[in-house]
Structures are given as structure tokens and as C-alpha cells.
Design a protein around this ligand. Structure first.
Ligand code: GDP
Ligand code: MN
Length: 401
């Protein structure tokens, strides 16, 4: 689960990490009055930032520094009435419903700091770079030596010596080093305590030297979190931060029916039972030259009703030019899937080729049900095994595409 920047800033601030003051607003009027409060409170500049679950806002014009409440109003109006398109959004962009109005800070230098899972090493890893602000993927490609990593021990968490090594690798000086070490330790603790899978501060900035901070101050001015959905039950507060407006509507609908559904870019809809089988089905589709339109695991306890809903979700995706059903009936009984196929054919209608591979519990009964309902499912093709099914659906989609 992802959260907004204004929520991420709250978590950082509570963990002890310096964050400029800010307010989340939803209207142009609210944006103007929040900005006015910051100006009246002595801030010279205010920053208006679109709150969407995607980065690249700065380049897209959805992070704006303003010098007056009137300018804040203009920036807010632009952001709330235009869709934001960046490298990280779908091509059509995202609707902006919330803004962060925050006190702006002066920046001497921008750094990158994050903690996440390194799957290849199977460890939690803290990553830092002196080339912050920009997309870290670009830095990793262009200049991999500029990215520094330390690997956390499962029982020890981030050690102060590791944090210090990172701070030195970043080239920080004087009092900046102690500030960075504290921020790194706080971020690592927050990440572990909340069962996050990503906690990223980009940029972590150093301010120019000032009276209070002769070596400058380290401040987080943008943050991104991702949390492990399977652990949300033990983080009520974070679960409550969920913003349904940012979620894919089809994925949300699937969730309410107990289906694990992830929308993808291809054109072959998949309905499978079991996450492992779903993944190998997607692999086989790709092997035979196709592109899956989704990942969908109906699970072992799905009902005829939820499987029918699964078909409805798959077929509501306009990109879908063919559907592959791959069921290995164990706990899930094949006849239940067959009944759902018939119900979906009658209720929704398969306007595209439907390739069905059923095996396992009650398969004979399932075949009988499908055979009897043949007239309602004219686009149905039976497959003998998974490879046969993948080949058939890829061929069928290639013809219609
Ligand atoms: P992103 O583009 O979605 O990652 O949004 P960020 O919040 O990281 O902002 C993008 C860039 O805007 C930052 O890298 C900064 O260069 C600039 N920026 C954001 N907030 C401030 C601020 O308070 N003061 C100054 N001077 N620049 C800022
Ligand atoms: Mn950023």
C-alpha cells in the first residue's frame, strides 16, 4: 500500500526526522489561506505540491515554489484542474484531488536516502546518494558508483557505524554527519516498525549555513512509502491512510470479492487459481509471444459468484482481446469454474476468444457443464494442457489484434 507525501511527512516527523511544516488541502481557497498562514508566520516562500501516488511531479510542473498567497492560489488552481502526466503516471495522467501546502526551504544540496528490500541479497538495504533530487534509476544507470549501500543484519537493524559510513560516503561534513546518522537510524527504525517495503526521502536536503546551523541543516522535503499489505492488520493507523481515490478501481473491486487482481498492460486476460500457477501462466503466455492483461488469482475458496465477478473485471478491460482460463482443481473444484464461465457468458458475454484448460477435482462434471452450455459460449476453445492453452490464446489474440 502506498501513501501520500503529506502522510509520509507526518510519519517522518513523528519518527524525529526534520520536515518543514505543511498542510493538506483540497480546494483552491484552502490552498490560498494555508499559504497565507505560512507567509504571515514568517516564511519567505511556500511550496505547492500535487498529492498523487506518482513521482516526477517537479518536472511535470506539479511542484511549484510561490512568493505570495495569490501565486499559491494560481498554482493550486492549475494543479486541481489539470491531470498530471509524468514518467511515473499512466499515459493519460492522474487526477489531482489533494495538495500539500508547505513552508519552502533553501537548498544548498540535494541527497537521496532510502531503505528497502534487496531481493537478490535477501536483506534490508539502506541506499544513499549525493546525486539526489533526480530519479535514482537514472543515477544507477549513468553512474552506479554514486550509489552507496549498506546491508542490515536481520536481528540488529541499522548499526550506527553503518550509518556513519554512509554519511561519510555522501561527503557530508562537520555537524551534517551526526544529523545524517540520526536521520538514517530513525528512518530504519520507522521502516522496520511499520513493516514498510520502501521508505524513501528524495531529496534529503542540506540548507545553506545559518545561525542555528553553521554547517547547514538536513531536512526531508519529499518522501515516499510502500507498505506490506499482508502486515497492515497490525498497523491500523497506516491502514487508515489508504486513499481509495488513488487505487485502480478494478483492483479495488476485485479485493472486495477476495480476488488477487493486478492490472497489466497486455491484451490476454488470465483467470487462474493459485499465485504460483498464475505466474507460470503469465510466463508461458510471454514465452509464446503474448502479453498478459492482468494477474488474477481467484484463490482456492472462490465461489461461483466471485469467479463470475472475476470474468466481469477481466472483460471490462477494453484492451483484452482474449481470455485464458487455467485451473488446476485441488481445493477449487473445476465444476464451480465451469458454472462461473457459463454465468459470465450469459451475464456478460464473451466477445473475445476464450481458451479453457481445466484439470483436477470434478473435471468430468466441469466438461459436461461447458459442453451443455456450448451454444452460449461460441468463442470457447478447449485446451489439453498449459502449453497448448498458451499457444491457442496467443494465436487467437494475434488474429484479432
Ligand atoms: P518529485 O519531483 O515528485 O520527486 O517532487 P519533489 O518534492 O522531490 O520536488 C522536486 C524538486 O523541487 C526537488 O528536488 C527540489 O529541487 C524542488 N523543491 C521542492 N521543494 C522545495 C523547497 O521547499 N525549496 C526549494 N528551493 N526547492 C524545492
Ligand atoms: Mn522527489
Amino acid at each position: 500500500m502506498k501513501i501520500h507525501e503529506f502522510q509520509a511527512r507526518e510519519l517522518l516527523a513523528e519518527a524525529g526526522i526534520p520536515v518543514p511544516p505543511g498542510a493538506m488541502v483540497q480546494t483552491v481557497d484552502e490552498a490560498e489561506s494555508a499559504a497565507r498562514e505560512f507567509f504571515d508566520g514568517g516564511h519567505e516562500q511556500v511550496v505547492i505540491k500535487a498529492q498523487v501516488h506518482a513521482g516526477g511531479r517537479g518536472k511535470a510542473g506539479f511542484v511549484r515554489l510561490v512568493d505570495s498567497a495569490a501565486e499559491a492560489r494560481q498554482a493550486a488552481k492549475f494543479m486541481l484542474s489539470n491531470r498530471m502526466v509524468s514518467a511515473q503516471t499512466p499515459p493519460g495522467g492522474l487526477d489531482v484531488k489533494r495538495l500539500l501546502v508547505a513552508g519552502a526551504v533553501q537548498i544548498a544540496k540535494e541527497y537521496y536516502l532510502a531503505i528497502t528490500v534487496d531481493r537478490a541479497r535477501a536483506t534490508t538495504t539502506m541506499i544513499a546518494s549525493a546525486e539526489g533530487g533526480v530519479e535514482i534509476e537514472a543515477v544507477a544507470e549513468r553512474n552506479p558508483e554514486a550509489i552507496h549501500k549498506v546491508y542490515l543484519k536481520p536481528l540488529l537493524g541499522l548499526q550506527p557505524s553503518q550509518a556513519r559510513a554512509l554519511a561519510l560516503a555522501l561527503g557530508l561534513q562537520g555537524k551534517q554527519i551526526g544529523q545524517a546518522v540520526r536521520i538514517m537510524l530513525d528512518l530504519a527504525r520507522l521502516y522496520l516498525d511499520t513493516d514498510a517495503s520502501l521508505a524513501e526521502i528524495n531529496p534529503l536536503i542540506v540548507t545553506p549555513p545559518g545561525e542555528d546551523h553553521p554547517d547547514g541543516q538536513l531536512i526531508a522535503i519529499d518522501a515516499k512509502f510502500n507498505f506490506d499489505d499482508n502486515a497492515l492488520y497490525r498497523h491500523k493507523r497506516i491502514a487508515e491512510m489508504f486513499d481509495s481515490a488513488e487505487a485502480n478501481p478494478a483492483e479495488l473491486r476485485a479485493k472486495t470479492f477476495g480476488l488477487s487482481y493486478v492490472a497489466l498492460d497486455g491484451n490476454i486476460g488470465c483467470l487462474v487459481n493459485g499465485a504460483g500457477l498464475a505466474m507460470s501462466t503469465m510466463d508461458l503466455i510471454k514465452l509464446h509471444g503474448g502479453e498478459p492483461a492482468n494477474f488474477l488469482d481467484v484463490g482456492g475458496s472462490a465461489t461461483e459468484e466471485s469467479v463470475t465477478e472475476a470474468f466481469r473485471i477481466i472483460l471490462s478491460d477494453e484492451k483484452v482481446g482474449g481470455v485464458l482460463v487455467n485451473i488446476f482443481g485441488g481445493i477449487m473444484q473445476c465444476d464451480r469454474i465451469a458454472r462461473a464461465i457459463v454465468a459470465a457468458a450469459k451475464g456478460v458475454g464473451f466477445r473475445v476468444p476464450l481458451v479453457v484448460r481445466l484439470e483436477g477435482t470434478n473435471v468430468a462434471e466441469a466438461r459436461r457443464i461447458l459442453q451443455e452450455a456450448r451454444a452460449h459460449i461460441p468463442t470457447m476453445v478447449a485446451a489439453t494442457d498449459l502449453t497448448d492453452a498458451a499457444k491457442k490464446v496467443c494465436a487467437a489474440v494475434a488474429v484479432t489484434a
